[in-house]
Design a protein around this ligand. Structure first.
Ligand SMILES: Nc1ncnc2c1ncn2[C@@H]1O[C@H](COP(=O)(O)OP(=O)(O)OP(=O)(O)O)[C@@H](O)[C@H]1O
Ligand SMILES: Cc1cn([C@H]2C[C@H](O)[C@@H](COP(=O)(O)O)O2)c(=O)[nH]c1=O
Length: 213
């Protein structure tokens, strides 16, 4: 009987390559479903048919296939489609959206390590997605040596186009994520990704407990 439309919760997982985001997105979605929430699990780049097509353009091919500027535009276009067709409709029906990477990845990879700067990335996000921000961003952190061990076990056949960039690039990505967390402590919570998957999931649930009421 009237009243504001129900609005779900938008949670993103962020961090460098191999810190456990996909593993934890699945586990977090399961844990929230077990609490009775309607949950969709999605990812970037991707999460809608158009954005999945752009994902292939972005992640396949030679290292220098795209400049950081072209990459930023392609990520923003994929995100616009994902937000319009998948994320906003789910939030409007009151669902929780658990998303593996979102805007902060563009800020860290193209804005920070790629040298485009945060303002241009935020302008593209304003145009493409009306500036939609997550209710909470969980930044998974892991020492570089543990990350390398996890990636060596997972990626014996090789990394994708962006994951395969050199160590200096990935350190710049980690530094940019750290700056974002420092600048936006209410939205972005750093979560230690060391330990068993179950231990990490419990830390993530604790970091969103205030949203689950
Ligand atoms: N807590 C954990 N302890 C040990 N290994 C883990 C843990 N969590 C995930 N892994 C393993 O580490 C590897 C990387 O995990 P995952 O693919 O979830 O990372 P990711 O952050 O999504 O990576 P990417 O950014 O490259 O997509 C996988 O082989 C996964 O099984
Ligand atoms: C959303 C987004 C992603 N990236 C990069 C980060 C990774 O190298 C790949 C995605 O691969 P994953 O295995 O699915 O994590 O894309 C980026 O550079 N900018 C972005 O906005």
């Amino acid at each position: 009987m009237g009243g504001p439309a129900a609005r779900g919760r938008f949670i993103t997982l962020e961090g460098g390559e191999g810190v456990g985001k996909s593993t934890q997105a699945r586990a977090l979605a399961e844990a929230l479903r077990a609490r009775g929430h309607d949950v969709i699990e999605t990812r970037e780049p991707g999460g809608s048919p158009g954005a999945e097509a752009i994902r292939k353009l972005l992640l396949e091919g030679a290292d220098d296939r795209w400049s950081a500027r072209s990459e930023a535009l392609l990520f923003a276009a994929a995100r616009a489609d994902h937000v319009e067709r998948t994320i906003r409709p789910a939030l409007e029906r009151g669902a929780w959206v658990v998303c593996d990477r979102f805007l902060d990845s563009s800020l860290a990879y193209q804005g920070g390590a790629g040298g485009i700067g945060p303002n241009a990335i935020r302008r593209l996000h304003a145009i493409g997605s009306d500036g939609l921000l997550p209710d909470r961003t969980l930044l998974l952190t892991l020492p570089e040596v543990e990350t390398m061990e996890r990636l060596a076990r997972r990626d014996a056949a090789g990394a994708d186009r962006i994951g395969g960039k050199d160590a200096a690039f990935h350190r710049a990505v980690a530094d940019a994520f750290a700056r974002i967390a420092e600048a936006e402590p209410q939205r972005v919570r750093r979560v230690d990704a060391l330990g068993t998957p179950g231990e990490v999931t419990r830390r993530l649930l604790a970091a969103i407990a205030d949203l689950d009421r």
